[in-house]
Design a protein around this ligand. Structure first.
Ligand code: SF4
Length: 150
């Protein structure tokens, strides 16, 4: 069966900054046809649970990679390097598994596909990891867009 990488919080793992999850029961529909593997770019980048919420200072994942913008925490801590490392490791992991399909949690500064977070406001845009995966020609989806696609 084909491997599909999925944002760990969507699978019910409590990896969000506040130790909660974003479990999506629609994921269960995929279990019969795919091997679902969790990945959390922020943890791969060395951040912990719990951790301060993070946001783009300006721009989104495209600006992060193309214009060297930063990701910061509520109290001003700079987690740019953690986000960079987590994204690079996620791409390596996907390559290693030959997983071409990646399903990500929308709205996150790491995993967002249609929406992300700038100055702690929800805005249209793409996250750090989502952008790098797309740039490396992986197929990235939200849960809904993947179910629509299949
Ligand atoms: S980085 Fe991605 S997988 Fe990890 S908690 Fe945030 S949205 Fe979920």
């Amino acid at each position: 069966m084909q491997y599909v990488l999925i944002s760990s919080c969507l699978l019910g793992l409590q990896t969000r900054y506040d130790g909660s999850d974003s479990f999506d029961p629609l994921i269960l529909k995929l279990k019969e046809d795919y091997v679902l593997l969790p990945v959390c770019p922020e943890l791969l980048g060395g951040l912990t649970i719990p951790r301060e919420p993070a946001t783009f200072e300006q721009g989104d994942g495209r600006a992060f990679w193309e214009e060297n913008t930063r990701v910061i925490q509520e109290t001003g801590g700079d987690v740019t390097q953690n986000f960079r490392e987590g994204a690079l490791k996620t791409v390596d992991f996907a390559r290693f598994l030959k997983a071409r399909i990646i399903i990500l949690k929308d709205g996150s500064p790491s995993c967002g596909i249609r929406k992300t977070n700038v100055s702690f406001q929800s805005v249209c845009g793409i996250g750090v990891t989502a952008y790098l995966l797309r740039k490396n020609e992986f197929d990235i989806y939200t849960v809904e867009s993947f179910l629509d696609h299949t």
